[in-house]
Ligand binder design. Structure first.
Ligand SMILES: Nc1ncnc2c1ncn2[C@@H]1O[C@H](COP(=O)(O)OP(=O)(O)OP(=O)(O)O)[C@@H](O)[C@H]1O
Ligand SMILES: [Mg+2]
Length: 312
C-alpha cells in the first residue's frame, strides 16, 4: 500500500504530560483521515510532529516517504498546514495574504494569480478580497487561513480544527471545499472534536484520548461496533441512583448497555429504543428531566469507550 504517513510508537512528552503516548498510524495516500478527540487529547501535538514543527520525544514517523527527523525540508516543501490558531497579516488584504504565502513557496506569479481568485471564489470571499483582513469576521479569517494552506497545491494537507468557531453555513462551505480538494488526489489529515465533522468527512478516523488511539476504523465501522440499537439519553436529578437505574433498565432484553455520562446523565443503547421509551420508564420508575433518542453517533462511540462526552 502506498502510504502518505506511517508512524511507529510516536511519543511527545512535555515533562510529566504525556501529550502523545505511542501512536501507530498507517494512512494511505489519497484518503481523508480524521483525528477525533476531546480537548487536550494530543491532536495538535501529533500534527505538529508530523508537519516537522515539533520534535518527537521518541518513536518514528515517515511523511510522504521522508523521515520527520532527517528530512524535514523535503517534507515541508510538499505539505500544507492550516494551524489551529489563526495566522494572518492583518494589514494586508485577503488576496495579498495568499499571494505572500505563494511567493514564500517560490511560486511564479502566473501560477498563483488566477488560482488565488479561484480559491477565494470557492470560499465565497471574492467580493471582499481586496479589503484588509483586520476588518474580517472570525469565520472569514478562518476561511482565508484554509486557503493559505492550499495555495501551493500540496500533496498532503494538515487541517487542525478547520471549522472551529464557524457558523453552520461557513462550516458547510469549508466542508465542501475540503471534499473538493481531496478529490484531486491530495491526502488530508483533519483534526476535530466535532463528531459530525469526523463522521461527515473522514474515510477513516482514529479516536484519541490522553495521547493514545482508543479506536480506529471508518465512521460506519466505529458506529457499528455499538450494535444496531438507538441511543437514549436521560437527564436525571437523583444521580446517586444512577447505577441502580442502569441495572433496572438492563433487565429489559432490548436494552443492550447503559453508562453514566457526566454528572446528570445516563446513556442507554436499546434496540428499537425510539418506540420503547415508555417500557423503560415503567421499569426504572424515576423522574426524568429530559429524554432524547438518536441513532448511534461517533460521540456515543467515545462515551462507550471512556464514559465521557467529547466536549466534557
Ligand atoms: N508546548 C507545550 N508545553 C506543555 N504542554 C503542552 C504543550 N503543548 C501541548 N501541551 C499539553 O499536551 C496535551 C495535548 O495538547 P494538544 O494541544 O495536542 O491537544 P489537542 O487535542 O490539540 O486539544 P484541543 O482540542 O484543545 O486543541 C495537553 O495536556 C496540553 O496542555
Ligand atoms: Mg488542538
Amino acid at each position: 500500500m502506498d502510504l502518505a504517513i506511517e508512524t511507529n510508537n510516536l511519543k511527545k512528552y512535555f515533562g510529566d504530560i504525556h501529550a502523545v503516548d505511542g501512536i501507530d498510524l498507517q494512512i494511505p495516500r489519497g484518503s481523508l483521515f480524521g483525528v477525533l478527540g476531546p480537548h487536550g487529547a494530543g491532536k495538535t501535538t501529533t500534527l505538529r510532529m508530523l508537519s516537522t514543527i515539533l520534535h518527537p520525544t521518541s518513536g518514528e514517523a515517515a511523511v510522504l516517504g521522508f523521515d520527520i527527523k532527517k528530512d524535514a525540508r523535503e517534507i515541508k516543501k510538499r505539505i500544507g498546514v492550516c494551524p489551529q490558531e489563526l495566522v494572518l497579516y492583518p494589514r494586508l488584504s485577503a488576496r495579498e495574504n495568499i499571494h505572500l504565502i505563494a511567493q514564500m513557496h517560490g511560486m511564479a506569479k502566473k501560477d498563483y494569480k488566477e488560482r488565488t481568485d479561484e480559491l477565494l471564489g470557492k470560499m465565497n470571499l471574492l467580493d471582499r478580497a481586496s479589503s484588509l483582513v483586520k476588518g474580517y469576521s472570525g469565520g472569514m479569517k478562518r476561511r482565508i487561513n484554509v486557503l493559505m494552506a492550499v495555495i501551493h497545491e500540496p500533496e498532503l494537507l494538515f487541517f487542525d480544527e478547520p471549522t472551529a468557531g464557524l457558523d453552520p453555513q461557513s462550516r458547510r462551505v469549508v466542508w465542501d471545499f475540503i471534499r473538493d480538494f481531496q478529490e484531486k488526489e491530495s491526502t488530508i489529515i483533519l483534526t476535530t472534536h466535532s463528531m459530525e465533522e469526523a463522521d461527515d468527512l473522514s474515510d477513516e478516523l482514529i479516536i484519541i484520548d490522553h495521547g493514545k488511539i482508543i479506536s480506529q476504523g471508518t465512521p460506519d465501522e466505529l458506529k457499528g461496533k455499538l450494535g444496531e440499537g438507538d441511543i437514549l439519553e436521560f437527564k436525571i436529578k437523583e444521580m446517586e441512583q444512577r447505577d441502580e437505574i442502569i441495572e433496572l433498565a438492563k433487565t429489559l432484553d432490548f436494552v443492550r448497555w447503559g453508562k453514566p455520562v457526566g454528572k446528570h446523565r445516563i446513556v442507554l443503547n436499546a434496540l428499537d429504543g425510539l418506540r420503547r421509551v415508555s417500557e423503560i420508564m415503567d421499569v426504572v420508575k424515576v423522574k426524568m428531566e429530559d429524554i432524547s433518542v438518536r441513532k448511534n453517533t461517533l460521540e456515543d462511540v467515545f462515551i462507550d469507550l471512556t464514559g465521557r462526552r467529547l466536549r466534557d
